[in-house]
Design a protein around this ligand. Structure first.
Ligand code: ZN
Length: 54
């Protein structure tokens, strides 16, 4: 179940190899993020922007 990362502004999917900006809150030690980076970011990011919208 991979939650795709999409841009909050243009709604475009962030593609492999593409740069993007994500606003993430530093998690506590207890809930430190593990696992696939894209899945993790999709779960915790408040805002994801593709490079065109950044
Ligand atoms: Zn965008």
């Amino acid at each position: 179940m991979t939650k795709e990362l999409t841009c909050a502004n243009c709604n475009r999917k962030i593609e492999e190899g593409e740069e993007f900006t994500a606003t993430i809150t530093m998690p506590s030690e207890k809930s430190m993020l593990v696992g696939r980076l894209d899945t993790t970011i999709a779960k915790v990011a408040k805002k994801v922007l593709c490079k065109n919208c950044n």
